[in-house]
Ligand binder design. Structure first.
Ligand SMILES: Cc1cc2nc3c(=O)[nH]c(=O)nc-3n(C[C@H](O)[C@H](O)[C@H](O)COP(=O)(O)OP(=O)(O)OC[C@H]3O[C@@H](n4cnc5c(N)ncnc54)[C@H](O)[C@@H]3O)c2cc1C
Ligand SMILES: NC(=O)C1=CN([C@@H]2O[C@H](COP(=O)(O)OP(=O)(O)OC[C@H]3O[C@@H](n4cnc5c(N)ncnc54)[C@H](O)[C@@H]3O)[C@@H](O)[C@H]2O)C=CC1
Length: 501
């Protein structure tokens, strides 16, 4: 490959997502004269716009798809190559693209992102959602669908079950409560009423220092519907009364074939056992469907709780796998258990002069006690930015220290139309049983959870407009001993900001 090099760039970045684009921007601003190339498979790049630093570590921004010319106009030394990398030879410092061209690099950063970890490959009835194309495909298929099955309990599933209208949704989760990647059973219970739109509920303040939640029995189910006249079904716990329905017209409109009705049925603590076509189902001796239902759906899903549901298609919202394949053959990359390229505290992989950032990599340095990696826009931006700085520092022989953004995990997002802020060890991750929780919950308004370890705040979940993020961030960062404040910490009648001034 080495002798076929069309050109050698000082820096090559692979991937036009948030991580790659931010890395390009940072490198270009650190070394404006450097000759650099961005190799990306798609025609567009992802740009961060309206960036706002909300507090020391919390940040908010929009993500926009833009033509790559915008980036080239901004950075005259940048060449954008629209092709996918087919192979990499780290020894000769060169890579080959699918259109047969070979490029050399002095320093390379791999920002190839991830792809949906599908329940099954090559089944036309199982969709994953990742990019604009897959989202459009989903929208198109949904417009003709009467029932879909959503499998998974993370970010995508939470968004979908809330947004999809005009189509019955069966939501299969393997846990005891919804949204396990982002919060616990208490927060799940706070959010669940949002699945039942248009039922006004009086806000009642309740302050709890511990929570207990009735958990659905294994394989239990719950049904939530936006239709006031619909019957409640199911064997799991039901929510007495429910919050005002969320604004369905905000954001993307995801509408099925049956206008006007929305129904989400939850199947807890189960996974997918098998996926059949109607013909396969008829031949299956274990099928548990009533005969009149067989054959009326194109695909059937048998769950581990013994139930089988027919549907128009299945959404596999079951996480991501790092896109490492084109880079591995013939090289000696150390991979993490989750399949990501291992990177050290300078974002360097185990191969010389090769860095990685964003969803494709796994942070393998010794983490700060309050930080963990999650595959999110925020971290893709932070890693891209920091990698750009590391690459520049290394060629300029300047020292560089791990950026402050890796001190504290922080994420702002929106679920079920509530603002959600996650800080530090928000679910007590890695703390074993060595922590206590303080919880304040106002039904339909806010859910505040604080994780304390040894009397110090180590994490928090803030749902709703709590306005507590900055104060809590400071309390986590300064590790003040909060023992003497006890439950007063969450007393809604105390202005906590004044308290700690
Ligand atoms: C539906 C959905 C909703 C999400 N919502 C949120 C959210 O609300 N908040 C949040 O923080 N995060 C969210 N995320 C996660 C977030 O989008 C990702 O963590 C982030 O975009 C990762 O950025 P990246 O640059 O590492 O990878 P990507 O954005 O995946 O970019 C990878 C790039 O690499 C290119 N590429 C891949 N392979 C090659 C190759 N061989 N050669 C050349 N180019 C290649 C691709 O074309 C692409 O341009 C969401 C994800 C999904 C799928
Ligand atoms: N608002 C936000 O911050 C959002 C973030 N995202 C991010 O986008 C990426 C993709 O999202 P998701 O696919 O939702 O991934 P995810 O990692 O958030 O959640 C995956 C879920 O699937 C479950 N799961 C895994 N394998 C399974 C199986 N075989 N059967 C049943 N369940 C299984 C896991 O327990 C987990 O609940 C993630 O990195 C996520 O963090 C996505 C949407 C919104």
């Amino acid at each position: 490959m080495a002798d076929r090099k069309e050109k050698t760039f000082r820096f090559v970045i692979v991937g036009g997502g948030i991580a790659g684009v931010t890395c390009v921007e940072q490198l270009s601003s650190q070394i404006p004269s450097a000759d650099l190339a961005l190799i990306t498979a798609g025609p567009h790049i992802k740009a961060v716009t309206n960036y706002k630093q909300v507090s020391k570590t919390l940040e908010e921004f929009d993500v926009e798809e833009q033509p790559s010319s915008v980036l080239e106009e901004k950075f005259p030394n940048l060449t954008v190559i629209h092709s996918a990398v087919k192979s990499l030879d780290t020894q000769s410092h060169s890579l080959e693209t699918t259109d047969g061209r070979v490029f050399g690099y002095e320093k390379l950063c791999i920002c190839g992102g991830g792809r949906p970890k599908l329940l099954t490959q090559d089944n036309p009835y199982v969709l994953g959602i990742r990019d604009t194309d897959s989202a459009q495909e989903f929208q198109k298929r949904l417009s003709k669908a009467k029932r879909i099955i959503v499998v998974g309990n993370g970010g995508i599933a939470l968004e979908l079950v809330y947004e999809v209208d005009g189509c019955e949704v069966i939501w299969a989760v393997k846990d005891k409560a919804i949204g396990n990647t982002f919060f616990d059973a208490g927060a799940a219970q706070f959010l669940i009423p949002s699945l039942e739109a248009d039922k006004p509920e009086r806000a009642a303040l309740c302050k709890r220092t511990r929570y207990t939640t009735e958990e659905p029995a294994p394989g239990g189910s719950q049904t939530f519907t936006a239709d006031r006249n619909a019957r409640r079904q199911g064997t799991g716990p039901t929510e007495a009364g429910s919050a005002l329905g969320p604004d369905w017209h905000e954001g993307i409109v995801l509408r099925g074939a049956e206008q006007g009705t929305r129904r989400v049925s939850l199947e807890y603590q189960c996974e997918v056992e098998q996926i059949f076509t109607s013909e396969e189902l008829l031949k299956s001796p274990q099928q548990t469907l009533r005969p009149e239902n067989v054959g009326s759906w194109p695909v059937y899903v048998q769950l581990t709780n013994g139930k089988t549901f027919g549907c128009d298609f299945v959404v596999s919202a079951t996480g991501v796998v790092p896109n490492t394949e084109p880079f591995l053959h013939g090289n000696n990359f150390a991979l993490a258990d989750d399949g990501g390229l291992q990177v050290d505290d300078h974002m360097m992989t185990s191969e010389p002069d090769v860095y990685a950032a964003g969803d494709v990599c796994t942070a393998c340095w010794e983490h700060s006690p309050m930080w963990q990696q999650m595959r999110l826009w925020t971290q893709a931006r932070q890693m891209g930015w920091y990698t750009g700085r590391c690459m520049a520092a290394h060629v300029l022989s300047e020292p560089i220290e791990l950026d402050f953004c890796f001190e504290l995990f922080s994420h702002i997002t929106k679920f079920f139309n509530y603002k959600v802020v996650l800080l530090g060890k928000f679910n007590g991750q890695g703390l074993g049983l060595d922590y206590e929780l303080l919880i304040r919950c106002t039904k339909g308004q806010e859910y505040v959870k604080v994780v304390l370890s040894g009397g110090r705040m180590v994490g928090a979940v803030l749902i709703g407009d709590t306005d507590l993020e900055e104060t809590f961030e400071n309390l986590i960062l300064n590790q003040m001993d909060l023992t003497r404040y006890g439950e007063e910490l969450l007393n809604p009648n105390i202005d906590i900001e004044d308290y700690f001034d």
